[in-house]
Design a protein around this ligand. Sequence first.
Ligand code: TXA
Ligand code: MG
Length: 360
Amino acid sequence: MICYRQEVSIENVCATCCYKVEPGDPNPLFLEEAGRVLRAGGTVAFPTETVYGLGADATNPAAISRIFAAKGRPLDNPLIVHIADWHQIDMLTLKAPPALYELGRRFWPGPLTLVVPRHPDVPPEVSAGLPTVAVRWPAHPVAEALIRAAGVPLAAPSANRSGKPSPTNAEHVKQDLEGMIDVILDGGPTGVGVESTVLDLTRTPPMILRPGGVTREMLEEVLGPVDTAAGLENETDPPPSPGMKYRHYAPDSPLVLLEGEPREMVEQARRVLGRVHAEGRRAGLLGSREMLEELPSGDGGPDFRCSLGSREDLEQVAANLYQALRLTDEMRLDLVLVESFPERGIGAAIMNRLRRAAFR
Ligand code: TXA
Ligand code: MG
């Protein structure tokens, strides 16, 4: 069933077709059409288990440039190449380290991206000229079926305008990219909610460039100790990953990260709210259900509150995070207070994104 086809008459603005697909049983006609668009050098947004991606043929430099143009992405920020078959590894790297196969067998398909030496035939545009390429096999039936329908690996960053929170449903993709891309496959909300872990296998020991759904603890079970780039953003030039130098996941209003024990965060929030209200301004609060119970709205409380789920369920918090950041934009607040979460498991990814969203 076709969700809709928007007719746009303005010259040079393309229409974006949106197809609704059942995640467990995507309509083969829509996949075939999206595959045809990709082979012809077009762009297709699609769901993965983490966030929506904006895909193009990773072997076609002109197609890759359309991704950068649609997103407004800096040209020096490389893309992840998505595969759905072990044979596609050989198209992307000549020197796959053994760790790629060890990790791949354990975590693929899944939210893990591995940086390896780039095959000379892979267009340098994919990797912004770096000698490496980032590879991931996503665990989503629509993503896997699309890669197979296209018949080529797909370069795909998150399907948001550069600097905005990544999209966790097709509506977010439309908000940011409608009219600038060819097709959206709407497979409903994504699961993990934050982007994949990026692990650089060209370093010894391997280095986590971005924390995500596959946690440090899980990687170390397979590899032994790994490094992390956390905190190295301003320490090395260039930074370990080009993406680290850009402010990401940014809501429109300034974001203040509350820190400390839950009780201290509540006290800190009350102090900031007092100051903000004394100046006649409006502040919102993003936090756990438990924190929201401590800080009801009205009577000096937050002017807008959004629950991320229980503090005890960090997976749920991760799944709700980007939707909540986008909601705060709609509320046009002067300031947004956000709770901090423990940095264990997926909490490391949550805090990595919040710190970067809070950075001005
Ligand atoms: O979950 C995900 O990874 C999603 C879905 C769509 O797969 N994709 C995603 O892509 O988040 P993107 O482009 O938004 O983030 C890719 C990150 C950036 O921080 C980029 O700098 C880094 O990966 N990266 C890509 N290639 C790299 C390379 N060769 N070396 C170092 N970092 C790289
Ligand atoms: Mg992104």
